[in-house]
Ligand binder design. Sequence first.
Ligand code: CMX
Length: 465
Amino acid sequence: MSKLKETLAKQIPQLRQERKDIIDKWGEHVVGEVTVEQLFGGMRGIKSVVCDTSVVEPDDGVIIRGIPIAKLQDRLPEEILWLMLTGKLPSADELKDLQTDLKNRTSVPAYVFKLIDELPDDTHPMTLLNTAILGMQRESKFAKAYMEGLSKTDHWQAVLEDSLNLIAGITSIAAYVYHRKYRKGSPWQPDQSSDWAGSFARMLQISKTEEFEKMMRLYMTLHADHEGGNVSAFTCQVAASALADPYYSVSAGLNGLAGPLHGLANQESLRFLLEMQREVGERPSDDAVRKYVWDLLNAKRVIPGYGHAVLRSTDPRFVALYDFGSKRFAKDPLFDLMARCYRLVPEILLEQGKVKSPYPNVDAGSGVILWHYGLKQFDYYTVLFSVSRALGMLAQTILNRALMTPILRPKSVSTAMVQTEINKSFATHVSESVNAASHLSDPQNQVWHQHGFVEERPSAAPAPH
Ligand code: CMX
């Protein structure tokens, strides 16, 4: 048994008991309420699912098992996976065991690559990736075991198997997508002498420098998880809660990541910078940048890479990538333009007065770094995000199956139902106001009210003797 499985097998009974105790003791405790604005506003801020792999704090960004991402940036993605699953960073032995386990699982069936070959040349790389993952579903150990009557308490073990196979194989699939789409198939194999992200960097065959591999490790570590409420994580968990296996669930999540308001923003962010350069020159003045940004906003377009549904300050993942680039190629014109946007765009968004957060998110900076190293096909960038985010989605899925989280099924309401609720509370409010008004016509009550004693005074004061 692998050390990871052994560690989880030890922890899971206690985690199950803890969850049961919380529900038994505090099941009725209220942790939030829902406003009409939240209902119509994309459920923003509604506490609705539990996710223990990480939390996102508005001012501090993503915190993985209590450790802020800034303090994890020198860690390997495999270490982040272990941390998300077990709550602790692995020892050297544990890390080696996990890496060996992943290396033993890198083979991907040939039909998966053929499936990618079958799609037309102009298919988006995210479609190639997601189709391949979905196609690989027939390999699912969980789906087979479930059909054979696997006990619910053991679901997590088969899900762990699928998850590790998918994590080990996704780098080969993503590299194949790259070569199929842009290089027409140079031969390559996973590099067993390297770590997970290093091997992936080598398979892409873009830059043979150590710096490129270092960048890839950082990239994979930074993008691994962003709690449970974002589109990809949430979509993945909704699918997985119906006991769709990890291939189905991750493919579902990644289809959400492919949206321009989520993971595709990294491709869009680079496109935004290149188009700006094309229009206003390689090293434009601040005023030219301001005008370009205002023109986009006035055309009711978004500035990709800026704003966030939860964060209310500069994303520490952006800062980590920014620092990486500024130490190495600050004078690169595209890096300089990105840095200028970092300085100018927040003040423009603030002046426009619509966004809740004018600061850059992770997608504002990643493309410039990839571009610098020669990965210039920017419609591929979300595939890189996906390879990393598979770690978080799968860690969440394993934990949810370990804790036997039930099928996710929140209640939807119709607009008419919301209106009825509003009318009911309006009617109650009016009748309370009428009562309060007649109550306040009594001069003595007005004195009690002014002093804030309304509740304390008995409504029917005893008649004086
Ligand atoms: N440029 C222009 N307008 C923006 C904006 C931006 N970067 N960010 C938000 N707004 C607009 C919203 O569209 C919304 O407009 P309306 O009132 O007309 O609908 C208004 O400002 C208020 O939005 P918000 O509450 O601040 O932001 P949301 O929580 O609704 O949306 C997000 C968050 C990320 C979708 C949004 O900021 C955005 O579209 N950003 C650009 C795309 C992007 O970078 N996405 C990546 C996010 C990180 C990730 O998931 O990878």
